[in-house]
Design a protein around this ligand. Structure first.
Ligand SMILES: C[S@@+](CC[C@H](N)C(=O)[O-])C[C@H]1O[C@@H](n2cnc3c(N)ncnc32)[C@H](O)[C@@H]1O
Length: 292
């Protein structure tokens, strides 16, 4: 089941009546996706793009993908572009995804954050929020006396809305440890069976829209940034640009965690390799964990 349903309400037969993208139409949309949010659509993805965009073409009453493209570039509200991004971006995520990272947080990050009354970490490209709530539950478990907040961002408003609601069908909570489910989630009246993250845990995160390709700044750098499973969809120059800004957003000595499928080996960057999918900004001093 897709995490955010893409083709609701339009019968399959009607969707299939939308013709496949012609090569020049694919090229227009490919360039637009690359320019606006970094997506690197390789040749061969025509079928996938057709499948993901035809609901928008059909519901908008466009005669062709060319008309649909014209509408997006003319729409000054940005809504049409946002809808295209929502349709093309991959939102797949899960609770405790890539568990090695959470072991690393327990072993290496928790002792450092424990030295401070409060800290804020960044979940960049948080999708539907499972990564955010995993971190919030973990910190609540091991550092209940510290105020550790999570700044959560994504380009997709739809994903952010879902994340901030923090309500998940039971089948998506299968990876949640039973102790967390009992402590940090409440069952929702069903069917279908669902759970909602408790208000106390929800109060630890804030959500905002952020495109990693745009120029942004933060009031203070972060000791830890999770930016996982998004750069895999970018080409190398885009990855370098994104990693440069992420590095600027890190404290000296701070950690960047990327997806295990997204090694930075072939990307120019100023970070130290720590272990698979974990990088560190060189520390200015040994005790550079000054965030409090
Ligand atoms: C596969 S999900 C990863 C979710 C989570 N980080 C994880 O690893 O499970 C990728 C997310 O990246 C977001 N995304 C794609 N391009 C982006 C961009 N240019 N800036 C910010 N977020 C972006 C998508 O909306 C999607 O929610």
């Amino acid at each position: 089941m897709p995490l955010i349903s893409r083709n609701l309400e339009i019968p399959r037969g009607e969707l299939e009546s939308v013709p496949a993208l012609a090569p020049d139409e694919f090229e227009q949309l490919r360039r637009l996706a690359h320019r606006t949010f970094g997506l690197d659509l390789k040749p061969g993805k025509e079928e996938l793009v057709t499948a993901r965009l035809r609901r928008l073409v059909l519901s908008g009453g466009f005669g062709s993908y060319r008309d649909y493209y014209r509408h997006i570039v003319k729409d000054s509200t940005g809504e049409a572009l946002a809808a295209m991004i929502d349709a093309l971006a991959t939102n797949h995520t899960s609770f405790l995804r890539e568990p090695d990272h959470f072991d690393f947080v327990r072993q290496m990050v928790v002792p450092m954050l424990a030295r401070h009354e409060s800290s804020e970490i960044w979940s960049a490209a948080c999708s539907t929020g499972e990564e955010v709530w995993t971190l919030a539950c973990l910190f609540q478990d091991v550092l209940p006396a510290r105020k550790i907040r999570i700044c959560a961002t994504d380009i997709s408003r739809k994903a952010l809305h879902f994340a901030s609601q923090a309500r998940y069908p039971a089948e998506r909570c299968q990876g949640v440890p039973p102790a967390w489910l009992g402590r940090y989630f409440t069952p929702e009246p069903g069917p279908p069976k669902a759970y909602r993250v408790t208000p106390q845990i929800r109060s630890l995160a804030s959500f905002r829209r952020l495109n990693l390709l745009e120029t942004y700044g933060w009031p203070r750098p972060f000791p830890v940034i999770f930016c996982r499973n998004v750069m895999i969809y970018f080409d190398k120059p885009t990855q370098e640009r994104v990693v440069r800004q992420l590095t600027e957003s890190l404290e000296p000595g701070g950690y960047l965690l990327v997806g295990h499928a997204e090694s930075l080996t072939r990307v120019a960057h100023a970070l130290e390799y720590v272990r698979p999918a974990v990088y560190r900004k060189p520390a200015r001093r040994r005790d550079s964990w000054s965030r409090s």
